[in-house]
Structures are given as structure tokens and as C-alpha cells.
Design a protein around this ligand. Structure first.
Ligand code: DC
Length: 223
């Protein structure tokens, strides 16, 4: 079977990572959640700065000190920042509220995109994010772009957060999703955009299994 690169882009909380993980398991592919990498950099910056204000010049200087790696553990894929497991910490609302801002810094994007490209050198990889099909792997053989209304996405994210014991209101989750959509799609560097050759899937009325089936049918027609 041919090993390819699969790019999964789209808006926050469309189920990209759930379905990408399922596809990776079925194909024995490597799965990379690039959003987690932007979140890890954000968490690093927040640890370095006691104030809410982010010093972008200082952030750029400190990037060589940021070491990110993934490991597959008992509880799924774990992300490590300078050797420390930050898988849970990077999902907290403190990170949610600032990550889009950090992801709009050109030096941060260049730093992470270079690492993402090197992870895909051997192919046999499925990567999810916002710019995978447009910037990281414009040559990917298979590209998907997932969309759904902000309300549907906020409902899913809110439910997930409640299950984790995070008591943020639905309104706060929706507000964060709308703000991130805006920032991610209007930033000047590598904005969230569907690649011309990506297959768009509107997931609002579909189950994860239905999205998975649609994507696998397409992938299996290529590999
Ligand atoms: O997928 P996520 O919600 O965990 O992503 C967190 C943030 O990182 C999101 O607001 C946009 C940004 N991001 C990005 O700019 N480029 C990527 N390839 C992945 C995520």
C-alpha cells in the first residue's frame, strides 16, 4: 500500500482530531495534532510571563528553548514540552484564550511548520490543523476541510469540557470559538483557508463514524 500524506484542516471543534486519530489507527499512520504544538508554545509563554501581556520579541528569542515532542501513551497521544507532559494543561481556558494570538506570530509559525514538515518526511502521516493542506504540505495527496456552524461546535466543545470538569458556560465557549475563528481566518500569515484541492465536509449533521467513512472511502481510492 502506498504511504501518503493526509491533511485535515478546518475550524475549531469540528472533530478533526477525533476522526484523524481513528484514521491513523486504521492505517497504522502517524497522527500529529498541530494545534497542540501551538498550544504548547502558548503554555510555555504563559509560564515565562507572569503578566497577561505577551512580549513578542521575548517570545521570538525564547523559541530555541522550546522543545516539543509527542509520545503514544496508555491514555492516547501525549505532548511533552521540554520533557514535561503538558497534555492536559494545554487544553485549559487560559491557553484557549491566547493561542490564536500566539499562532499569528510569523516566527512561531515558521518554527513549528519546519518541525511539522520534517515529521512528514517518511510519509504515512495524518496531520490536523489549519494550514496543513495550504502551507505545511501543499503536495499532500489527500486533503480535507471540515466545517460546521459555531453553535454546533460550541455545543460539542462545551459538552467535552463539562465531562472534564471544566464549568465554563456555553456562552463563554461559543464566544471563544467565534473569536478564534475570526483571528485564525483573518491573520495575515497562513490564515485558515480551504486548499483549492481539499474536499470540504460539512459535519453538522454527521456522526464521527459517518465523517470517518467518507474520509476513508476517499483515502482508500488513493492508497
Ligand atoms: O486545533 P486547536 O483548536 O487545538 O488549535 C489551537 C489554535 O492553534 C487555533 O486557534 C489555531 C492555531 N493553529 C494554527 O494556527 N495552525 C495550525 N496548523 C493548528 C492550529
Amino acid at each position: 500500500m502506498k504511504k501518503i500524506i493526509i491533511a485535515v484542516d478546518g475550524f475549531a471543534a469540528t472533530g478533526k482530531s477525533t476522526v484523524a486519530k481513528k484514521i491513523a489507527a486504521a492505517l497504522h499512520y502517524i497522527y500529529i495534532d498541530t494545534g497542540a504544538m501551538y498550544r504548547a508554545v502558548t503554555y510555555y509563554v504563559q509560564k515565562q510571563n507572569s503578566t497577561e501581556d505577551i512580549d513578542v520579541a521575548q517570545l521570538i528569542d525564547s523559541l530555541p528553548n522550546v522543545n516539543i515532542h509527542f509520545e503514544n501513551g496508555e491514555h492516547g497521544q501525549q505532548i511533552f514540552l521540554n520533557g514535561i507532559n503538558v497534555t492536559n494543561e494545554i487544553r485549559e481556558s487560559k491557553v484557549n484564550n491566547v493561542v490564536s494570538k500566539i499562532a499569528s506570530v510569523e516566527a512561531v509559525r515558521n518554527f513549528l511548520v519546519a518541525q511539522q514538515r520534517s515529521m512528514g518526511k517518511e510519509r504515512g502521516i495524518i496531520m490536523d490543523g489549519r494550514d496543513i493542506g495550504t502551507v505545511v504540505f501543499p503536495e499532500a495527496e489527500c486533503k480535507f476541510f471540515l466545517t460546521a456552524s459555531p453553535e454546533i461546535r460550541a455545543e460539542r466543545r462545551h459538552k467535552e469540557q463539562l465531562e472534564k470538569g471544566n464549568l465554563e458556560s456555553f456562552e463563554a465557549v461559543l464566544e471563544n470559538i467565534i473569536a478564534r475563528d475570526h483571528q485564525d481566518s483573518t491573520r495575515s500569515i497562513n490564515p485558515l483557508r480551504k486548499a483549492d484541492d481539499a474536499i470540504e465536509i460539512e459535519v453538522s449533521t454527521l456522526t464521527i463514524d459517518e465523517v470517518y467513512r467518507l474520509m476513508m472511502d476517499k483515502i482508500q481510492s488513493i492508497v
